[in-house]
Design a protein around this ligand. Sequence first.
Ligand code: ZN
Length: 391
Amino acid sequence: MLPGMEKRADALQRLRRTHEEVVLATLRAEGPMSRARLTKATGLSRTTLFAIISELMERGVVIESGVADDRPRQRGRPPTRVSLNPDAGLLIGVDLGRRRIRVAIANVARQIVATAADDAAADADESEQADLAIALVRKVCEDEGIGLGALEAIGVGLVGVMDAPDRRWRAVERLEAAFGARVEADNNARLAALAERTWGAAQAAEDIVYVRWSVGVGGGLISGGRLLRGAHGASGELGHVSVDPAGPPCHCGGRGCLEGRIGMPALLDALAAKGVRLTGTDDLLEAAQARTPAVTSVVVDAARTLGTVLAGTVAQLDPERVVMGGDLATLGGLVLDPIRSAIGELALPGTRRTLDIVPADLGPAASAMGAIALVLTGQDPSPPHPGPELL
Ligand SMILES: [Zn+2]
């Protein structure tokens, strides 16, 4: 195929997918309806709509229920209604975290039907992580009696910046090869933001700052309902805002990054320097919940530092809600209050603006769910991966 033709075919394919999304979104939101009502509701032409419905029926994504609309019978064949096939259109979300692989499975009606998780070795590369995810999906499907015949798409959450043509994409290729479905990928903290907006603490909000505070510090920004990715796939990298230009070097190449100051290893180090030795995340959370004074003071200081950085984000993005996720956010008011006061003092003095700063709703499966939201809502996909010849 000539390059120009390829581009055109690509554009047509994209347009068709957008139309499909409109039809599916309407059926999801309003339930079964006749083709005539669906034509009106979607604003598509009759010809386009009928073509899309036939294709979706062929793929088993929608079914004809055969029940007439509630309106006076007219002559001829009674109108039938079209609805989503609850047994079809499965979507899989995969989160390839640093040490833990999570999967979630949803039907086309947006219901999460299964989730599962497994540990990955610390030194597992992306291909090995993807293989673990593939095995986990197959196992959960077998356990729950879920067939993958109607698998529509797979979303993948990955650690780090998304534009580098490196081995991360091998995970995407492996999943594509294993399941023969469309695969889209994005940064897993950004996907958690999308999940909170779709199912969690930020539903119906259009302008959202999402923060994940755990071992690392990450985030996702949603503006006007769109997930921001940035020009280089690095939007929302809150953990790499420098809080001390003369500070220690960071793995990102910068110095004195927020993550190096308040990430879980930094908190454990700060406590060790005070003679409080804790073994890891669970240990620290437990001591903080028990209000061990040395631990709460380190956590509160760190929350205040995070709030100071977030004040900058709030001043620039003007969100309606800040959603705090990650392990540290489970401490509730202990971390949320210092963050609230830092933002209030630094970003909102003298304004009448209101800003909700709330804990995340979805827990550790948020990124896997967000990977589903990515393929479900038709949010802009991540940049096309470069293909094996460029690896
Ligand atoms: Zn950094």
